[in-house]
Design a protein around this ligand. Structure first.
Ligand code: LMR
Length: 396
């Protein structure tokens, strides 16, 4: 039977991560996977996580199963972090399950959508995170794209986006990135969130908000502005969150899926369906990462430390957004890269072509995704000049 299988192309992002690891060039630069690196090029464990892990070792008194919804204290914290003091929480209209990573949250969401409407199409931004489309298709959902990023103006294709969204039928789902759009860094402004929300109400589609980078854009609360407005207005939505980036808990695989329903009468139905999906895929999530996050958010001191550490990561990336522009200018590059400071989060498209990307990799061991998406956190004071010179060389 296995002989019927054909080899499958490696995932474009994770394949790049492996290729970078194997490259012996000491000057190599990793701008591929969306993983934060500090000035030393290291993805360190956050101090608040270290402290919470110590606490966990002391306090943990059982390894019994955690239950399908995962850690309930974590779920409550994540809801508060995302929605703040919001009516969807006060009215008891939200149910959350902690999941193995943001990807796990998205897959649970996809299966939940399929249970609710097996004919649903899920609409994703063009372009979107490389794994969105394949994952939703693997879950058996139809996927369509709506206009989003304009490669010419390096902004949003606003008119085309709203024209596409105005054709989405009731019963379909529209995925929207809460902040730090992956891969473009180009986010909706508040007026655009309002327009998106009006269309969701008018057309009757269900929003699926993917928030993998809360705190990496403008700030923890600022990054939820669109989500909170949307949740205030629409009757139902799904939210997928991740603690990979903002808590630096990548390998612990910790995320959450929250379903907001139109009245608390529907809550039990949503909750039991969500848990049935969880049970059918992985039964229960791993506990470790969620309890670390809970310990941090239970403690005012650890929360303050986390806020500080998150701000350091966010500010470093934002500083490098400007530095890329300055350094490329200093290398005599004529093209306009000012769009980079208008974008947020880990990524921007450099806007260079395939051949230039290939040269950067072959001649300079500089790794970025084939779309020219760069993970800005891979730059530091030791490699920014090397990077700018290399980009200037391939642009000549
Ligand atoms: C990325 O986009 O680089 C990250 O979200 C990591 C991943 O799993 O692709």
């Amino acid at each position: 039977m296995f002989s019927r299988l054909q080899p499958v192309a490696t995932d474009p992002i994770l394949g790049l991560m492996a290729a970078y690891k194997e490259d012996p060039n000491p000057l190599k630069v990793d701008l591929g996977v969306g993983v934060y690196k500090d000035e030393a090029g290291h993805t360190a464990v956050l101090e608040c996580v270290k402290k919470a892990e110590k606490l966990r070792l002391d306090l943990e008194d059982s390894k019994t199963y955690i239950g399908m919804a995962g850690d309930l204290s974590f779920n409550a914290h994540i809801e508060k972090l995302a929605f703040g003091p919001h009516k969807v929480l006060l009215e008891g209209r939200t149910t959350t399950a902690h999941t193995p990573g943001g990807t796990g949250a998205l897959r649970v969401a996809a299966e939940f959508i399929k249970k609710a409407n097996p004919d649903a199409t899920i609409w994703v931004t063009s372009p979107t995170w490389a794994n969105h489309i394949s994952m939703f298709q693997a879950a058996g959902l139809k996927v369509k794209e709506y206009a989003y990023y304009d490669y010419d103006t390096k902004g949003l294709k606003e008119d085309a986006m709203f024209a596409d969204l105005a054709t989405v039928p009731a019963g379909d789902v529209v995925l929207v990135h809460a902040c730090c759009h992956n891969p473009s860094g180009m986010d909706l402004n508040f007026a655009q969130w309002q327009k998106f929300t009006a269309l969701a109400k008018e057309r009757g589609f269900t929003p699926l908000v993917d928030m993998a980078y809360q705190g990496f854009g403008l700030g923890l609360d600022e990054d939820t502005q669109g989500l909170r407005y949307l949740a205030n207005e629409v009757e139902e939505l799904i939210l997928c969150t991740s603690c990979s980036k903002n808590f630096g808990l990548y390998r612990e695989r910790i995320g959450a899926v929250s379903v907001v329903v139109d009245s608390n009468k529907m809550l039990e139905t949503a909750r039991t369906n969500l848990l049935a999906v969880v049970r059918s895929i992985y039964s229960m999530p791993p506990a470790h990462g969620a309890i670390i996050v809970s310990h941090i958010l239970d403690s005012a001191e650890l929360t303050a430390l986390w806020h500080q550490e998150l701000a350091v990561m966010r500010n470093r990336i934002n500083d490098y957004r400007q530095l890329i522009i300055d350094k490329l200018q200093a290398e005599g590059v004529q093209q306009d890269f000012s769009f980079i400071t208008k974008q947020h989060g880990m990524f921007s498209f450099l806007g260079i072509n395939k051949e230039q990307i290939e040269r950067l990799r072959k001649e300079f061991s500089i790794y970025m995704v084939g779309s020219s998406r760069v993970s800005i956190a891979g730059l530091n004071h030791s490699n920014i000049d090397y990077f700018a010179k290399a980009v200037a060389t391939v642009l000549k």
